[in-house]
Design a protein around this ligand. Structure first.
Ligand SMILES: *Cc1c(COP(=O)(O)O)cnc(C)c1O
Ligand code: SF4
Length: 448
């Protein structure tokens, strides 16, 4: 096309980059041979996919590979342990047969705890069968994993749901996907009248065509599902592909779907995942946010706190401020879960708390709707409220934001301070107690 011809419709075409074609990314030519090799090697273990928006508008290529957005999307050498890195590198260079390579890679994947925090315990049984693709951990809220939504517009290198996107040879049960007749899920909800919230999740449910998503959502708007008051969508589309909400017919239809839910008298909550202020900086994300909010939907934002990506209070206060400017509500700061390349991304709980505190101190009360840092652990969502100097003991002050047992919520408790601990299971009860107050009961939940 000649430069003089201006297209009538400026529609942005989505282009995915994976292991098969990332060499075609023009900007990638500036990246060193070593970093290129790392993509090939580590990309065999963890899922890797990115797209033209991320490549052209988010990553600062002059700072690759250390640029946070590069690290968020491209596999890096340190995401495997050195020995594993060498093993995979030798394997793919050898003429080992495909099956042997896959088996060895699966062994390495299994060493990365593909199913953290007992998520399998959240899958209920109903009329004698496990409800696949549904999780019900907290009384009010049920998670749906629609079959067609188990992908994302790009994969985050730290993803805690990475097994959803990986081909495990022997472990199909690492995945959560709805395969049963949808009416069975409706019957389950009716059997649990306390459930008021449905959270569509994945993957990213907004990768589905709107008509497919609507076939799940519209059923919830019918008269007999009146108990459902809030429909949430867990999504990273605003960060990975904001054109989902602005460009073309399917975008108009998702906007109409949000309007339809709001018109039915239900609350529409877009649970938007943003990790870095850069993801909030483009004109298209601003337009997308405006279009969503104009439907009556609310956008609540959340992110884990991650080494190499956002381990900086300024990044967080900037993010929260920008989100509020755009009309979003800061919601959660999470601690990275124990899965995948956690050794690369993890931060001690004390550091997570320090980042939260500094960032929170730097913003006005309007931004302080955010809660964190929070661990989504077996017993519930546990927030690190602070570190306190008691006369004889330094302690973490913790509390439940959500609990498997709702009676645990908002109850403070104490753990011995530990400057290295990165997760709840490494903490010990403070003040000489032998167990945390919830531990006996938790055993009953996990091993009924
Ligand atoms: C976080 C979470 C929810 C939602 O909790 P809210 O505090 O209501 O946002 C529901 N189910 C699971 C399993 C969760 O991890
Ligand atoms: S958007 Fe969420 S589910 Fe998708 S890769 Fe990132 S962290 Fe994983």
């Amino acid at each position: 096309m000649s430069d003089l011809i201006i297209p009538v419709m400026m529609q942005r075409t989505y282009r995915a980059y994976t292991l098969n074609n990332f060499e075609e990314i023009e900007q990638f030519s500036a990246v060193s041979e070593e970093d290129r090799e790392a993509v090939e090697v580590v990309g065999r273990v963890f899922p890797f996919k990115t797209n033209n928006y991320v490549v052209e508008e988010l990553i600062d290529w002059e700072n690759a590979p250390n640029d946070p957005l590069f690290t968020l999307h491209f596999p890096r050498k340190e995401m495997l342990f050195p020995e594993q890195y060498e093993t995979v590198k030798q394997l793919i260079r050898s003429d080992a047969d495909k099956e042997e390579i896959s088996q060895k890679i699966e062994d390495i994947r299994l060493s990365f705890n593909p199913n953290p925090s007992g998520q399998v315990h959240n899958v209920p049984e109903f009329n004698g069968a496990k409800l696949d693709g549904l999780q019900h951990k907290y009384r009010e809220t049920v998670l749906f994993f629609p079959k067609q939504g188990q992908t994302c517009h790009a994969y985050c290198t730290f993803c805690f749901r990475w097994p959803q996107f990986s081909k495990f040879i022997n472990l199909s049960d690492q995945k959560f996907v709805m395969t049963q007749d949808y009416e069975i899920y409706m019957d389950y909800l009716k059997s649990k009248p306390d459930v008021t919230d449905i959270l569509f999740t994945g993957g990213d449910p907004l990768t589905m065509r709107t008509s497919v998503l609507a076939s799940y959502v519209d059923r919830l708007l019918e008269e007999d599902m009146n108990q459902i008051k809030t429909i949430r969508f867990g999504t990273k589309s605003l960060a990975h592909w904001p054109y989902r909400f602005t460009d073309g017919k399917d975008a108009d239809e998702i906007i109409k779907l949000f309007e339809r839910i709001a018109d039915a008298g239900k609350h529409v909550a877009v649970m938007a995942h943003f990790n870095h202020p850069k993801e909030l900086s483009t004109p298209v994300v601003e337009e997308a946010v405006t279009r969503i909010i104009n439907t009556g939907a609310q956008i609540r934002t959340q992110s884990p706190v991650l080494n190499h990506i956002n381990n900086d209070p300024a990044a967080w206060s900037q993010m929260w401020r920008r989100q509020v400017d755009l009309g979003c509500i800061p919601y959660y700061m999470f601690v990275a879960r124990d899965t995948g390349a956690k050794h690369f991304f993890e931060l001690p709980l004390s550091e997570c708390h320090h980042i939260f505190q500094k960032a929170y101190q730097g913003v006005s009360g309007i931004c302080r709707t955010v809660r964190g840092p929070s661990m989504s652990a077996h017993p519930g969502k546990i927030q690190i409220l602070g570190v306190s100097d008691e006369p004889n003991e330094n302690v973490f002050i913790l509390r439940f934001i959500q609990g498997r047992n709702p009676d645990w919520v908002a109850r403070p408790f104490f753990a011995e301070f530990d400057s290295e601990a990165t997760w709840l299971d490494q903490l010990k009860p403070a003040f000489g107690k032998s167990a945390f107050f919830f531990e006996n009961e938790l055993d009953d939940y996990l091993n009924p």
